[in-house]
Design a protein around this ligand. Sequence first.
Ligand code: ADP
Length: 170
Amino acid sequence: MRTAIYPGSFDPLTNGHLDVIQRAAKLFDRVIVAVAENEDKSPLFSLEERKQLVRESVAHIPIVESDSFDGLLVNYVDRRGGHAILRGLRAVSDFEFEFQLALMNRKLNERVETIFMMPRDTYTFLSSRIVKEIARLGGDITSFVPANVARALMERVGTSTKKLSKGVDL
Ligand code: ADP
């Protein structure tokens, strides 16, 4: 049973993430999408919400599950019996950080390999940050994220705008 762990903030999951998950699902017996707490990044969605959005978005792929973790990734990978850490590479700009992370994780745990996957070229420009920005500015995000994520984003951003106009703290 070969298990890949795909860690990230997923704030929220985009079609780029989903593309990577679908590719990995062809290579592994089980793919665990592991949502990181990442409080210091001030996520738009809570950990539970992000996990739930992932769960709904991967419901059609039986071997994929949604989970969350905090603490050291390599320890989580060990606990879940993972064989590989999965990361997505969009552009050269991702490379330096990902390279450093992969080598550090190897230092921390020799047994765990990191696998990089490239999404379909139309998703290489996609990031959760950009999708949130477009949603805030009222742009159409429906081709960038799964339908459930688009709904959640529009609700969340709509709510924030309403609160803002009433002068309530966000
Ligand atoms: P993190 O905060 O760890 O960067 P993200 O949720 O932003 O978490 O991304 C998780 C992983 O998915 C990272 O390896 C990132 O490079 C990759 N990723 C993000 N967006 C895309 C995309 N559009 N296509 C492919 N990989 C992506």
